[in-house]
Design a protein around this ligand. Structure first.
Ligand code: NOJ
Length: 763
């Protein structure tokens, strides 16, 4: 009995501790969430229905808030701001503007409820980090927390409280332009990265003036658009939704993310914005999450073209009942909620619930204590683009680079190389590395590859440059097909001449910043314009060509990959792009990135992902009637998790402390990894599982854990992983997360294909 009492005591202390740690994170150290709830209730009690609805309205800053509002719409918006009928604004940035917008509401409105300012800080505010897909290739969670923290500092110092990031849409289709904004094709990797980024943005305490609220988006299924066409229909079943799409969102909710954004797409006929199942039942209900959900831009009014609502009034009713708390620039809540409540079609309690959630975040951010606390011009100057921030950008950029091919160890550049030619339409591009979601980045502010190579080339090495060809002749910001250069080859001759004279060529090809991002889906994921021909000509003139690929999506590089000696996947690496590339090619940094997404052999394989199902016909020998293509292999050119190093890593055999376990038990799996080369290097050791027989069909392999280790030449490290019930659980035919008894295969290795394997049983 005594022992039992002690045990109960210990459990309660542990629970209290865990609760306090979680609540410290959301509400600030030592602050009592109930205290905030009391304050929220006291404000709510003072509010009229119009003021409540106002909190659920988010305006785009479509006019210069420091000047007069022009145009009927803007004039009306300004009037509503003065009346306190707006809860939040997006795209109002920098201290000068945010302070002015806040002043308007604080000096004119009845209740003086501060605004919360939101902005898309996706991979940096002014200091730009690699595009999220690229940064995910680092598999370095601490790093990603750090870059999000720097982005938060710059954002908060500019008067903005809330970012619409991280995007955690699992995406398996390279055609989808927004694949660039996420962490790739794997639910587990996406979950880990989402939490790291959320922790980076939100820090320990949201009231700290250098942290910002994060937003888990897009809830849910947006990355599964049919054909990879943005905003297109999503048709997936409940099991796929839970097993492949929702895990990062659940992890984000558990990590205390302040807000969620719903998504533009429908799933099985129900637009996510109107999905009560997703928002009210699952997220706010079963998962017990207490933040607020903002719609995506106009997604409430878009219920009309979706064809489920006849007008804004019906759209507003559907969305509010489903659990969407704030209407981003849609005008549906503003125009219809009052009437819906007055007619009894929507209960005021629903409005109250949304408003409480919104007010709570305002209290957590400390805005009620001081609505002007984020407006400090000195701090803004000090934080933006600081030298320290550039260092973090450089670290992130070099850790995101993936070495895909390195024939005869052509990289790093050898001492005998005296004459380097840097060639390609993107070689001296100082703008594309900034990516598409570039927030406050200054145009053309990135270090280009050419600049980086010149900065880092050893004394006496000649570096020459030829563009070779323009990628596009159109205006920046939208690479429309008409503007792609398909005819002008006038620069080829000079490029070929330089290539012929050089010891080594860096060929910088790929995508312009605006080929990926929202609305930038493509059916062709090869090299646009005349780049293929340029590659052909340059590789014809010199056999030592290193391709430096710049892109935001996995591309079809099959043909050119055979022509070049080495390939570095450099993505769009942000402000320090060129310096990072140079550090890698000259061997100052040994590349350690691994692909977070499969590289296809051709676009016809898309969607392509490693964790696919076995199907009833996985192989066929001489037969034609099995699951394959008759004109292409079905595996990836470069698989998920793949990436080389300037050294080699050798894996021992997996050892298990036992080969079966049951509920509450666990197995420890260990493996030795040795650096067998002669330079230090980092390796991402990946653990995958296969569940042989399930109540529903199971993937052929699923990433379940990874560790990034650094090894000196000749050094061996033994790594251990714990396999427990949580690791083998999934959303089963019983429609709940649970572990099912049976046999499992366990794989460990350096990518999703080259793996050591063993087995265990769960009883
Ligand atoms: C639409 C995008 O889908 C979303 O990700 C973004 O945050 C909003 N626009 C606001 O810019």
């Amino acid at each position: 009995m005594k022992k039992l009492l002690i045990l109960i005591g210990l459990i309660s202390i542990a629970t209290l501790y865990a609760f306090n740690a979680e609540s410290d994170k959301r509400f600030g150290k030592g602050k009592d969430p109930k205290d905030i709830d009391r304050k929220v209730d006291s404000v709510l009690a003072l509010m009229t229905l119009d003021e409540k609805i106002g909190q659920m309205v988010q305006y785009n800053g479509s006019w210069d808030v420091t000047g007069p509002a022009t145009g009927t719409d803007n004039k009306k918006k300004l009037e509503n701001l003065k009346k306190g009928l707006v809860g939040s604004m997006l795209n109002v940035t920098s201290v000068k503007n945010t302070r002015e917008a806040q002043r308007i509401i604080m000096e004119n409105s009845r209740l003086k409820i501060p605004l919360i300012f939101a902005y898309d800080v996706i991979h940096g505010y002014q200091t730009m980090f690699p595009v999220p897909l690229g940064e995910s290739a680092s598999w370095d969670l601490e790093l990603m927390e750090k870059t999000a923290r720097v982005a938060a500092r710059e954002t908060a110092a500019s008067g903005v409280h809330w970012t619409f990031a991280p995007m955690m849409d699992v995406s398996r289709d390279a055609r989808w332009g927004r694949i660039m904004e996420g962490a790739g094709e794997d639910p587990y990797l996406n979950s880990k990265i989402a939490v790291a980024r959320i922790n980076g943005f939100q820090g320990e305490d949201l009231s700290d003036p250098l942290t910002i609220a994060a937003c888990a988006k897009h809830f849910a299924g947006y990355g599964f658009a049919e054909g990879g066409r943005d905003y297109n229909t999503v048709n997936i079943g409940l099991h796929e939704l839970h097993n492949s799409i929702l895990p990062p969102f659940k992890a984000a909710a558990d990590a205390g993310v302040a807000t969620f954004m719903n998504s533009f797409n429908e799933i099985d006929g129900v637009p996510a914005t109107a999905s009560k199942y997703l928002q009210r039942d699952l997220l706010k209900g079963k998962w017990g999450w207490d933040g607020f959900i903002v719609s995506d831009w106009g997604s409430i009014a878009e219920l009309i073209p979706h064809g489920v609502a006849a007008d804004k009034k019906q759209a507003a009713e559907m969305a509010v009942k489903a659990g969407s708390d704030m209407d981003m620039e849609g005008g549906a809540y503003e125009s219809s909620l009052r009437e819906l409540v007055e007619n009894g079609e929507v209960e005021e309690a629903l409005i109250d619930n949304s408003v409480k959630r919104i007010l709570r975040l305002k209290f957590e951010l400390g805005l009620f204590d001081d609505p002007y606390k984020y407006f400090d011009e000195e701090l803004e100057k000090k934080e933006l683009y600081s030298e320290a921030n550039q260092q973090v950008a450089l670290e992130a950029a070099k850790k995101s680079i993936v070495l895909l091919k390195n024939e005869a160890d052509i990289l790093p550049v050898k001492k005998g190389v005296r004459n380097i030619a840097v060639i390609g339409p993107l070689a001296d591009d100082k703008d594309s590395p900034l990516g598409n979601w570039r927030a406050h980045a200054v145009e053309n502010s990135a270090v280009s590859v050419l600049e980086g190579i010149r900065n880092h080339a050893p004394e006496g090495v000649k570096v020459s440059y030829a563009k070779g060809a323009e990628l596009s002749t159109g205006k920046r910001g939208f690479l429309d097909p008409m503007s792609i250069n398909k005819t002008d080859r006038s620069g080829f001759a000079e490029a070929v001449k330089l290539a012929g004279e050089a010891d080594l060529v860096f060929l910088v090809v790929g995508e312009d910043a605006y080929q990926t991002g929202e609305g930038r889906s493509q059916t062709d994921i090869g090299f646009a314009g005349v780049q293929d021909e340029l590659i052909e000509q340059v590789t014809g003139a010199n056999s030592n060509v290193v391709m430096l690929l710049m892109n935001g999506r996995p591309m079809d590089i099959t043909a050119s990959s055979e022509k070049v000696s080495a390939i570095l996947e450099t993505w769009l690496l942000g402000s320090q792009h060129g310096n990072a590339v140079a550090e890698v090619v000259f061997g100052k940094y040994n590349p350690s990135g691994k692909l977070p997404v499969s590289f296809p052999r051709n676009v016809g394989q898309e969607p392509l992902y490693y964790n696919q199902k076995n199907t009833g016909r996985p192989s066929g020998g001489e037969q034609v009637t099995w699951s394959h293509y008759t004109d292409s292999r079905r595996d990836a050119l470069y698989p998920f998790g793949y990436g080389l190093s300037y050294t080699d890593f050798e894996y021992g055999e997996i050892s298990l402390d036992k080969n079966e376990f049951s509920k509450d038990g666990k197995i420890t799996a260990s493996i030795e990894v040795t650096n067998t080369g002669d330079v230090a290097g980092e390796e991402v050791v990946q653990l995958y599982l296969r569940d042989f027989i399930g109540s529903i069909t199971r993937p052929v392999k699923e990433l379940k854990a990874f560790q990034k280790v650094e090894l000196q030449p000749g050094q061996t490290k033994k790594l251990s992983f714990t396999i427990d019930e949580e690791m083998i659980s999934y959303f089963t035919r019983n429609k709940k997360w649970e572990a099912e008894a049976g046999e499992f295969k366990l794989f460990i290795g350096g990518n999703s294909v080259d793996l050591k394997e063993t087995g265990f049983e769960y009883k």
